[in-house]
Every structure is written in structure tokens, then in C-alpha cells.
Design a protein around this ligand. Structure first.
Ligand SMILES: CC(=O)N[C@H]1[C@@H](OP(=O)(O)OP(=O)(O)OC[C@H]2O[C@@H](n3ccc(=O)[nH]c3=O)[C@H](O)[C@@H]2O)O[C@H](CO)[C@@H](O)[C@@H]1O
Ligand SMILES: C=C(OP(=O)(O)O)C(=O)O
Length: 431
């Protein structure tokens, strides 16, 4: 897997052309784990095969005996988990967040699961205690070993009632997949229903799991000992869509963003309107061009990130970028991930200190032109944000560790190249 990747970026290139949004990271990597509980083959289409996070998960599955074939050309992944088995690995270094979703498949096949500690972006406090709570509620023993988390349920999980004290995406996904292998009813209270979770529920139903959702936070799951296979399409990535739209606006480019999942991003798009941006769109695509700016400029704005259907935290850095190009002072609040600020220090290198931050709040003094710089990738979205800042600056910039951006942006270099943008990417050779 790629490590220590540096990008040399010549600013001032204006994007022009088409870019298609890939299958969503936060859907595809969940479906991949959920496929492990099926007793027949699962085929996932529109799968972002080049996504580094997906590749880590596939690697883990293969190392534990699962069969995964990947067809890059058709963006299809076929998973056969019949031979999945819990094995002792030489290394548990898998820097992805949702390792916990690999547990149900392993419990189903071998009654024991050893999984890497949840990694993912360092965006502040990211507990995993609620995942342990899920497994314990379902009758498992859980032990935190130095290298991995071990979950034991030799006779499989048993049904229970899971009551989340806070609304958690990962926790809800874990509870859903874990409950699906139990042939009795499990109740999940205070669940979080996001579009990606709706898609996960739709997938689990295709396997034969009965899932009832009442209102927006109560779920009843009735699983089965035997689960069918499935042919399922990964939904497009709403965070990638907002990334390209914002890039199109602030670059003054002329781009068509294809496969935009409009129904999952109503409020994020309303906030663009409030910033004076009137996008041309049809059922699936958006055309971004300088004419979209109603008054010829981006209006400053104030917004708060939160749970769906609002602006989710992963979109925050792109609204920050938008604010940097707005005509005045904008403010962004994020009290769900108040420490998601490290990337701001990196962006400040390009924008002459235009961002001032305190936990949960970013104030943006918009309107300063971007200048070239050398910056680090602090997290996935932050990495993509500095790549965009470098593209907008007038000169050559260097961005370190852009493998972070590649965790969440499928085929990034190719997509940029289709927009006429060339970046030079180099991976450090390690002895
Ligand atoms: C699938 C998905 O869309 N994941 C998103 C989710 O991550 P992730 O699924 O990790 O986030 P959660 O919704 O689980 O976390 C919400 C809050 O609950 C806390 N918590 C969570 C689990 C736990 O066991 N204990 C605990 O304390 C977290 O620290 C956080 O403060 O939100 C992040 C911030 O928007 C995004 O970057 C991820 O892309
Ligand atoms: C923080 C993110 O992902 P993860 O939860 O996988 O770290 C992200 O997608 O921005």
C-alpha cells in the first residue's frame, strides 16, 4: 500500500472537463465488510477499486482466507467469504477506521475475531467503546490485546437490545451487521440513519435480513443463520461530489460533475446557494462555471456542521476553502468534531494566516489569494483541501503524504488529468 507519497503541484491550472463521482468510501467499505456474513457470493458494482481504504480492507479479508476478486475496468468486486477464518496475522497495522465491521463475518465463520484497533483520520476524539458495548450486549467476550482486539462468541452472537448513548454512525453499522447473523430479533435504539446506512440496510435486506426502521432512530433486525448472496450497486460519494463542486467554483473552472447524489446532499447544496452560487443541474449532473456566481463573487457565510441531513464534518474543509475565496468573513462551527482543525494550520500557509480557529469554530478571513507553499496532509479531507489550495496558488507547491487523500478519493490523479490538471506524484522508496 502507498506510503510517504509526495505531490509536486504547479498552481494556476484551470480545470475543464468532466469528472464522475465514484462509489462512496463510507458505503463501499461498509458493504465489503457486510458481504462477509453472506453464505453465497456477493457482487458489488460501482465499487471504488483504487480507494486505498478499500484495498486495506480487501487485504485483511484475503489474509483471513476470504476470496475477493477485483475487476478494475468494470469497477466490480466479488466476495466469497465461505472460507473466511480467523487467522493469526504477522501484523495488525491497517490504518483504517472501520476494522470493527470485520468482526461479524469472522464470528459467523469461526466464533472468534481478531481485528486491528480502529485507525482512520486523526480528527480529535474517536472512541471505540460503543463497539465493544455492541459485541458484549450480543453475548461476546471482548479483550483488548496489545496488538489487536479479540472478540469471542464460540456459539455466535445472541440477540439483545443495543441502546446507544450518543448517535454513532460506526456503532449503528456495527450493530446492524452483527445483529444480521442472529436468527432472532435485536433492537437498536438511538441509531443513526445516514444515506450510507440506508444503503447498508438495503444491502442487508437483499441477503434476507429482516430490518424494520421506525422513525429515525429505532431499528429492529431479525437475522438468519443462512444469508443469500447479492448483486448490489455502491451509491455515489456525496463528500467527493461536494469536493469537486467547490473546486469548480473556487478555481473559476468549467467542469461537469457527474453522478451527483442530490437526494443525499440537499442541505449542503442550499448552503452553496446562500453563498451566492446558482448551479446548473439535471437529474444526475452539475455544471460548474464562473456564471454560477450570481454576483460574480462568493458571498461570506456562516454554517454549522452536524448530523445528516446537515453538513457532515467530512465536508467541513471544503466549506472552509469556499470561505477562503469568499468576499468577507465567514464562520464554520463543528461541535461534533471540535478538534478537526489541524488542516487549517496547513491551509494557513497558502492563505497568509486567513484562518483563526478555536475548538469547534473556524473564522475565515476570505479574499486573500493563494500563494504556493509546502504543506503536510493531516487527515484525508485536509489532504485533499491542501491539494486544491496548491492548485489555486500561483507557483509550485509540495504536499506531503497525499496517500491520505487517496484513502478517500478514488483514481484521484486520473480524474484530475481528465480535467486537464497534472500533478507529479512520487512515492518515497523505503529500505
Ligand atoms: C461511516 C461514516 O460516515 N463515518 C464517518 C463518521 O465516523 P465514525 O463512524 O467514526 O463516527 P461516529 O458517528 O461513530 O462518532 C460520533 C461520535 O461518537 C464518538 N464515539 C463513537 C464510537 C464509539 O465507540 N465511541 C465514541 O465515543 C466519537 O468519538 C464521535 O465523537 O463520522 C466521521 C466524522 O464526520 C467521519 O469522518 C466518518 O467518515
Ligand atoms: C475521517 C474520514 O474517514 P475515516 O472515518 O475513515 O477516518 C473521512 O472520510 O473524512
Amino acid at each position: 500500500m502507498k506510503k510517504n507519497v509526495t505531490a509536486k503541484i504547479q498552481g494556476g491550472q484551470i480545470p475543464k472537463g468532466k469528472v464522475r463521482v465514484s462509489g462512496a468510501k463510507n458505503a463501499s467499505t461498509r458493504l465489503l465488510a457486510a458481504a462477509l456474513i453472506a453464505d453465497e457470493t456477493v457482487i458489488l458494482t460501482n465499487f471504488p477499486t483504487e480507494l486505498v481504504d478499500a484495498q486495506y480492507k480487501i487485504d485483511f479479508i484475503r489474509k483471513n482466507g476470504g476470496n475477493v476478486s477485483v475487476d478494475v475496468a468494470s469497477e466490480t468486486v466479488e466476495i466469497d467469504a465461505k472460507l473466511l477464518d480467523n487467522r493469526s496475522l504477522d501484523s495488525y497495522d491497517f490504518p483504517i477506521r472501520t476494522t470493527y465491521l470485520l468482526v461479524p463475518g469472522l464470528i459467523k465463520r469461526s466464533g472468534v475475531a481478531r481485528i486491528p484497533y480502529p485507525g482512520g483520520c486523526k480528527i480529535g476524539d474517536r472512541g471505540y467503546d460503543l463497539h465493544l458495548m455492541v459485541w458484549r450486549t450480543l453475548g461476546a467476550e471482548v479483550e483488548e490485546k496489545p496488538e489487536y482486539i479479540e472478540v469471542r462468541a464460540p456459539k455466535g452472537f445472541r440477540s439483545g437490545e443495543i441502546n446507544f448513548p450518543i448517535s454513532t454512525i460506526g456503532g449503528t453499522e456495527n450493530a446492524l451487521i452483527s445483529a444480521s447473523i442472529i436468527p432472532e430479533a435485536t433492537i437498536i435504539k438511538n441509531a443513526y440513519i445516514s444515506p450510507e446506512i440506508e444503503s447498508l440496510i438495503a444491502f442487508l435486506r437483499t441477503l434476507g435480513v429482516k430490518i424494520e426502521v421506525v422513525g429515525n432512530s429505532f431499528i429492529k433486525v431479525e437475522g438468519s443463520n443462512y444469508l443469500r448472496g447479492s448483486l448490489f450497486q455502491v451509491m455515489p460519494d456525496r463528500i467527493e461530489a461536494i469536493t469537486w463542486i467547490v473546486y469548480g467554483i473556487i478555481s473559476g473552472g468549467n467542469i461537469t460533475v457527474e453522478d451527483v447524489p442530490f437526494d443525499t446532499m440537499e442541505i449542503p447544496l442550499i448552503h452553496l446557494q446562500h453563498a451566492g452560487i446558482d448551479l446548473y443541474r439535471n437529474a444526475k449532473n452539475v455544471i460548474v462555471s464562473p456564471e454560477c456566481l450570481v454576483n460574480g463573487r462568493i458571498q461570506p457565510f456562516e454554517l454549522a456542521c452536524g448530523t445528516h441531513p446537515g453538513i457532515i464534518s467530512d465536508m467541513q474543509p471544503f466549506y472552509t476553502l469556499l470561505g477562503l475565496h469568499a468576499d468577507g468573513i465567514s464562520r464554520i462551527f463543528d461541535y461534533r468534531y471540535p478538534e478537526r482543525l489541524k488542516y487549517c494550520e496547513e491551509l494557513n500557509k497558502f492563505y497568509d494566516g486567513a484562518l483563526s480557529c478555536k475548538p469547534g469554530a473556524i473564522t475565515i478571513n476570505g479574499g486573500k489569494p493563494a500563494r504556493p507553499s509546502e504543506a503536510n496532509s493531516t487527515d484525508l479531507r485536509g489532504s485533499m483541501a491542501v491539494v486544491i489550495a496548491a492548485l489555486l496558488s500561483n507557483g509550485q507547491s509540495t504536499i506531503h503524504n497525499i496517500e491520505m487523500a487517496l484513502r478517500g478519493y478514488n483514481n484521484l490523479e486520473h480524474k484530475l488529468s481528465d480535467l486537464g490538471i497534472h500533478i507529479e506524484v512520487e512515492e518515497a522508496v523505503t529500505a
